[in-house]
Design a protein around this ligand. Structure first.
Ligand code: CTP
Length: 450
């Protein structure tokens, strides 16, 4: 039986009521005879799917309130036959005890680089390489900074520097710390080196603020670990890819704009799928109501001209995927005050001018500046293949992903596309937008890596 006191090391600030609520909830979950079925990120049920070969992870528990979630994660992993050897940082030990971590993992818990007994039993180099995957939960701002800077001043950072295995981190920190340019630069560095990132989520935080920075739930981290252990492809490490996504808003006056129905779901899914394969992804997104995918740099824009500028700024890149539904026209003269109805007038005429075509501009960049692969989308309501093929030639992109938007694709989770390239048209069956994104990412990886 696991008691709440097991999680709380001496000195923990007991005034935090929410912490106890969380811990009581966690105790219930850990003591349950029937651990929750995993339904997120496609992971289905305990016992249904275990990793084919016995696998093990090295779990580094950082110093943050979210450290308690590491205990549930250990339970989930052990329940699916994954070995867990845990390392508690000094900060981590302020939030969970070696005793509870050891009880759940069934293994000795490593806490200090200079513990001579540990060094005699297993050197830190061996410890860093014995596992199939290294997972950092929670990855605090400090741990991420140390990883990015190559520090090795305690056991956890030494192991992270010495390992030759894949590393997956689950960041958790205050929203301002997460959004700070230093953290975002460290994140970009880690992603560029192939470190996998799961979360953070957006929501209420222990510090009372709201926003991105809350650690992903244990089930989500668990699913990401299982995907890694199952050998998810990492064939885009070292590649930089720009994805445009969502609609654009073209202002009429300070309160009105021209827009379209794009939800940005397909573009977001493509960015996430490319990042999952290790690409460094810049997502240039028009206004959408979506949480940005983890591990992706987001440039939020409003208008077509801003989208063009952000895309050009993000170059050079190995590939550009133009999934945005860019407004073809903008108002010639944007009123700087709200337009008023004129009494007795018979309607109003707006003069529209054409927006720059981002896809065409990128495709026509001179050799050397042009990304090796440029992918466009063609949303059509009729004569889909004919219009899309003509668009590919006119805009000089390499592939065009054509979809029929006559039947409720906007906002839906499914899509049915035809990918057109030099070799012809490839019809894909109707599938979820995530699946379209995965398949497209796989095709892009093959094209870029031969
Ligand atoms: N596109 C773009 N910039 C624009 C217009 C379109 O980058 N100003 C890109 C879209 O992101 C998409 C492709 O071009 O990848 C085709 O977009 P679509 O709206 O279907 O084509 P249009 O050229 O606007 O043609 P039409 O609206 O007449 O079908």
């Amino acid at each position: 039986m696991i008691e709440m006191s097991d999680f709380i090391a001496s000195g923990f600030p007991v005034r935090r009521k929410r912490w106890f609520v969380d811990n009581a909830f966690l105790c219930d979950r850990l003591n349950s005879e029937h651990p929750r079925r995993i339904v997120r990120q496609g992971y289905v049920a305990p016992g249904r799917r275990a990793v084919s070969q016995p696998k093990s992870i090295l779990l580094i528990i950082g110093g943050g309130v979210a450290a308690y979630k590491a205990l549930l994660l250990i339970r989930l992993l052990k329940g699916h036959g994954v070995g867990v050897r845990a390392v508690l940082t000094t900060g981590g030990a302020q939030f969970v005890t070696p005793l509870s971590v050891g009880a759940l993992s069934g293994e000795k818990v490593f806490t200090d680089l200079f513990d001579l007994t540990d060094e005699a039993e297993m050197g830190h180099i061996q410890l860093s390489r014995a596992a199939d995957l290294v997972v950092v939960v929670p990855a605090t701002a400090d741990l991420m900074a140390k990883m990015a800077g190559g520090h090795a001043d305690d056991l956890a950072t030494t192991l992270l520097l010495a390992t030759d295995k894949d590393v997956l981190i689950a960041p958790a920190m205050n929203v301002r710390m997460w959004e700070h340019a230093a953290t975002q630069a460290n994140l970009a560095t880690l992603i560029a080196r192939g470190v996998g990132v799961v979360g953070p989520d957006e929501g209420d935080m222990a510090c009372g603020e709201y926003g991105p920075g809350r650690m992903a739930e244990p089930e989500v981290i668990f699913a990401a670990i299982m995907a890694r252990l199952d050998g998810g492809a990492r064939d885009l490490v070292g590649k930089r890819i720009i994805v445009t996504s969502g609609p654009t808003h073209e202002p009429i006056d300070p309160v009105r704009y021209i827009a379209n129905r794009s939800s940005g779901k397909q573009g977001n899914a493509i960015a996430a799928a490319l990042a999952a394969r290790g690409a460094e992804v810049v997502l240039v997104s028009g206004p959408v109501r979506l949480t940005p995918p983890a591990g992706v740099t987001v440039q939020a824009v409003e208008s077509a001209r801003e989208m063009l500028a952000a895309t050009m700024d993000a170059l050079p890149a190995d590939a550009v995927v133009c999934a945005a539904a860019v407004a073809d026209y903008r108002v010639a003269e944007v009123a700087d005050q709200k337009l008023k109805k004129a009494d007795g007038s018979n309607g109003r005429t707006l003069t529209l001018v054409e927006n720059p075509d981002i896809l065409k501009i990128v495709s026509k960049l001179p050799f050397g500046d042009r990304p090796a692969l440029v992918v466009g989308f063609a949303a059509e309501t009729h004569d889909v293949i004919a219009y899309a093929s003509a668009k590919r030639v006119r805009k000089r992109c390499d592939w065009i992903v054509a979809n029929d938007v006559s039947q409720g694709v906007f906002g839906s989770d499914d899509n049915r596309v035809t990918v057109i390239d030099d070799a012809g048209a490839e019809d894909w069956p109707s599938m979820g937008k995530d699946a379209v994104a995965d398949r497209l990412a796989e095709r892009i990886a093959k094209a870029l890596t031969g």
